[in-house]
Ligand binder design. Structure first.
Ligand SMILES: NC(=O)c1ccc[n+]([C@@H]2O[C@H](COP(=O)([O-])OP(=O)(O)OC[C@H]3O[C@@H](n4cnc5c(N)ncnc54)[C@H](O)[C@@H]3O)[C@@H](O)[C@H]2O)c1
Length: 406
């Protein structure tokens, strides 16, 4: 890795701003595919951290046989590091991956707009901020787009591509084309809290917390049913402990703020655990207790249910999740194909529209109607699309046609 000044102007194509966990990974991904990358950090100390992240990550790839030692040197040689933002002046793409603060990002995008070539695309890796607001800080909102990489970026293939009301078709097409050159799988959606993957995943996790909190079943029954019967890689409560309860809580707050759907309001138990400092694995306690990476036999935060309804699992959780996926398609937010790709590649969960086909739309509709009747939660109202699929002469054929169109 060299300092930016050591390379002639015009040789750089992609700038990555912020070389923390995500930015360093994104810089590595572009350099691996032959792009000349300019990595820009706040100050010398942060730049050194970024350099070290890049060294370690590529060394791991060599140790795992994914990269030759010579390839590692070539890859690192394509990344120039610096602290001067004006190095974006000859870049055709800028990917921003700085800390998750709107004031920071809007100020940065105003600067990038001034410094980057007029035709350059300005992309943000934000997980939860309004990309529309970030774009509005520039005079080129049509060239601003969200590219939501997953962690670790060198390993995870999925990237959510988020267009705002201002993003042009040309920007979306160019972004898809670039992402394909770095062997990523783009899926598309609009600028709503949680995008596709987190909106579906975190809403499902929140419902699992409510079931546990309300004595529907024990934490073990909930988690085991999703693993053993629904084929998910982890149970929802164990997964929350892994993600960090505070991280999930923050996503829910943002979702609820936008949708006002009470099902997106963090379950009271989740809020209580965050307030109590039980953040999951990273703090040693969440829904389970941990000793290092091992789960201890510490009892959960809720007393065992007096009358478990575990026999109704995993359907109660799966139906709600499928209904949410249908609502997303119905509102023209994302296609069934993109939702399936997102959940499989982003979470290793079964593809929702495959599961919908397995249950059959009529069965899912009946389950969702029962849930809605029992809870009277507007968020549990069956999606119109689900109603329509179930009412079709041949529901399976209607579902297949819907999936073919996407
Ligand atoms: N960590 C994840 O799992 C994950 C996943 C997807 C998206 N994201 C998003 O990616 C972004 C970065 O997250 P992260 O986890 O890598 O954070 P991080 O804290 O690891 O890194 C952020 C970096 O940005 C640098 N920075 C801050 N202001 C800067 C500026 N003005 N100019 C240049 N550099 C600056 C910081 O020095 C730091 O190194 C956030 O928007 C986050 O929401 C994170």
């Amino acid at each position: 890795m060299a300092h930016i000044d050591e390379h002639p102007a015009g040789s750089a194509l992609v700038a990555v701003i912020g070389l923390g966990t995500m930015g360093a990974g994104i810089a590595e991904v572009f350099a691996r595919s032959g792009y000349r990358v300019r990595g820009i950090e706040n100050d010398a100390a942060a730049l050194e951290r970024g350099r070290s992240l890049l060294q370690k990550s590529t060394a791991r790839a060599v140790a795992r046989g994914k990269l030759e030692a010579e390839g590692q040197q070539q890859l690192l040689g394509r990344i120039d590091l610096g602290t001067d933002l004006s190095a974006v002046a000859d870049c055709s793409l800028v990917v921003e991956a700085v800390s998750e603060r709107l004031d920071l990002k809007t100020a940065l995008f105003a600067e990038l707009d001034r410094l980057a070539p007029p035709e350059a695309l300005l992309a943000t890796n934000t997980s939860s901020l309004s990309i529309t607001a970030i774009a509005a800080a520039t005079a080129r909102p049509e060239r601003v787009i969200g590219v939501h990489f997953f962690n670790p970026a060198p390993v995870q293939t999925l990237v959510e591509v988020i267009r705002t009301v201002s993003t042009s078709d040309d920007t979306v097409e160019r972004t898809y084309a670039i992402l394909r050159t770095i062997q990523k799988t783009p899926i598309g959606c609009g600028d709503r809290a949680g995008f596709v993957v987190n909106a579906l995943l975190i809403a499902y996790l929140n419902r699992a917390v409510r079931l546990y909190q309300d004595g529907f079943a024990s934490r073990e029954e909930i988690d085991q049913s999703m693993v053993d019967l629904a084929g998910y890689p982890m149970g929802p409560l164990a997964l929350l402990d892994l993600i960090g309860l505070d991280v999930a809580h923050a996503v829910l707050v943002r979702m609820y703020d936008e949708t006002r759907d009470r099902l997106h309001a963090p379950a009271p138990l989740l809020t209580q655990l965050v307030t109590a400092g039980r953040l999951g694995r990273k703090s040693g306690r969440g829904f389970y207790g941990y000793s290092g990476t091992d789960v201890t036999d510490e009892p959960g935060p809720v007393k065992p249910p007096p009358a478990s309804r575990a026999a109704e699992l995993p359907d109660t959780l799966v139906m709600g999740y499928l209904n949410d996926a249908c609502a997303m398609v119905q509102s023209n937010y994302a296609t069934p194909d993109d939702i399936d790709t997102g959940m499989v590649q982003g979470c290793r969960m079964p593809a929702p529209f495959d599961v919908l086909a397995q249950y059959g739309p009529a069965t899912v509709l009946a389950g969702q109607r029962q849930l809605f009747a029992e809870t009277a939660e507007p968020g549990h109202r069956p999606a119109l699309l689900l109603e329509r699929l179930a009412a079709a002469d041949d529901p399976q054929a209607a579902l297949a046609a819907l999936r073919t169109r996407s």
